[in-house]
Design a protein around this ligand. Sequence first.
Ligand SMILES: Cc1cc2nc3c(=O)[nH]c(=O)nc-3n(C[C@H](O)[C@H](O)[C@H](O)COP(=O)(O)O)c2cc1C
Length: 347
Amino acid sequence: MFFYLFVLKKNNTFAYQIDNTMNTTTNFMDLKIKSPIIVGSCGLTSDIETLKKIEQAGAGAVILKSVFEEQIMQEMTKNVNMSDYSYSPESYDYVASHTQEQSLDKYVNLIKNAKKELSIPVIASVNCISASQWVSFASKMEQAGADGIELNMFILPSDVHLTTDDVERFYEDTIQSIRRAVSIPVSLKMSPYFSSLARVAQKGSWMGISNLHIFNRFAQQDINIDKICTEPANVFSTSGAFPRTLRWTAILSNIIHCPLTAGGGVHKKEDVIKLLLAGASSVQVVSAIYEQGIEFIQEANDLLKSWMQEKGFETIDDFRGKLAVEKNDKSSTFHRVQFMKYFANID
Ligand SMILES: Cc1cc2nc3c(=O)[nH]c(=O)nc-3n(C[C@H](O)[C@H](O)[C@H](O)COP(=O)(O)O)c2cc1C
């Protein structure tokens, strides 16, 4: 069945013919999803009505807002004052763990409701600061019915006493513990801040994870020079983040041993096609949904289908990774980093 997509570009209207039978199925965390577009973990994915609209717009899967150990701990200290329990530390422990349970129960209910209302995969996301809590949190997500778990892991490498090995061991130990504790697929959401990014990514992919997700984006700070104080920087990414995601997708996709989700700086509909060509199996979007609306998902799906048709590709596997860097090929343009005139085309 065909229909037309009209796109307005600088006062010109282009009509794309879309074959709606085009197969955009892809692999995400060992699950078959109908569209490679995934809405990543954010405030939008903590609300059931919004999640339903995201599904209707054609997203392949959703990653729920992370549950943060740090936030739960803060709620505990806010609700439970240690001095009230100085006569009985056991009572403190009991009330503190009850508060933690209540916070987790809210998240468990979100998973259960999302599973009841949606037919696309619902992925839970956990962010913990201590290794032991990751395992218990992840088990609760599995019991609640999540189709998979994303590990939103990051240690800001600002402690001069922590060696590269210490940081990497934390990631490895945590992945191993969680893989042992749950049987649902696990995805690792990585940051770009590793001294040997390719090695860490490959090692992570050998540890039984079902998906690697690049890159996480973090809350950042700015300085207000009038008030002479710090303040939160813009929470949304810009297109400026996209070339880094594209480069690492092209470099990592052939050297890791699991499917790759690429995200970070996806603001144009054609970015989805570019990341698939670079070897991603799925593409994660967040800021563009906040800024351009949920329609972004359907428009990007439509563009993908019309482009596949125009180029004669019937499935995503027909073109996925066509522009990825081959294993051990250091001559790819994605390896070029210096602004030499010959490559940058500018003096
Ligand atoms: C408002 C907002 C909230 C977010 N919350 C989370 C979160 O809870 N857990 C997480 O792993 N990532 C979170 N992220 C990061 C996104 O999932 C995503 O990785 C990042 O924004 C990069 O994608 P983008 O360029 O499409 O925005 C959040 C991002 C935004 C903008």
